[in-house]
Design a protein. Structure first.
Length: 195
């Protein structure tokens, strides 16, 4: 929804009309008339879209190496605000034989908090973990999710614990059936991902 009325003659609306008229069959890559004009001239001379866009915008293509992957990530100080968490995750990794020195903990790769396999030292580690687990990823690391994975096994509450909890529920709620009590107990005590 536009903030301007349909017949608005402000500079921004007039500029947009000029860009749309200039573009014709080509996309608008910039709100700068000079950049758009350079792009259109290259396209008219047979240059493909990606190259013309890169040259008109004067922006080289991004490479996809570990250097770019790590850009902006905090190696060594990611747990600065919560050092006790970092210490616990480090101990857990070391106890499992993983040396977290020089690595970054990526919680999205963890099966559980502190998962030692979530300590990675580059794109290759992220790709390997995603492929092993059948997870998909897009961005610096592109991995297609697998659909052939077996479903997660059902997590059951131990029979003796279930029986005690059902009895407690039935005592607390007179008139409730054993099946209703079992469903209530399951709903309350099973982890959300296993319901």
């Amino acid at each position: 929804m536009s903030r301007h009325p349909h017949d608005c003659q402000c500079l921004a609306c007039r500029k947009k009309e000029v860009l749309v008229a200039m573009a014709g069959d080509y996309p608008i890559i910039s709100l700068s008339i000079e950049v758009q004009k350079a792009y259109l001239e290259m396209r008219d001379n047979g240059v493909d879209h990606k190259l013309a866009e890169m040259l008109a915008l004067r922006s080289p293509p991004m490479s996809n190496t570990d250097r770019e992957f790590w850009h902006g990530k905090c190696n060594g100080n990611q747990f600065e605000q919560t050092p006790w968490v970092g210490d616990a995750y480090r101990r857990q990794a070391e106890d499992c034989g993983v040396d977290p020195t020089g690595k970054v903990y990526i919680s999205q790769l963890a099966d559980y908090p502190g998962d030692p396999r979530a300590w990675v030292d580059g794109r290759g580690d992220v790709q390997r973990i995603c492929e092993e687990r059948g997870w998909g990823s897009t961005g610096s690391v592109n991995v297609k999710a697998r659909n052939d994975l077996a479903p997660e096994p059902d997590v059951a509450i131990a029979d003796d614990i279930m029986q005690d909890l059902v009895e407690d529920k039935m005592e607390a709620s007179p008139g409730i059936s054993a099946q209703e009590a079992k469903e209530a107990v399951t709903s309350k005590h099973k982890p959300h991902w296993a319901k």
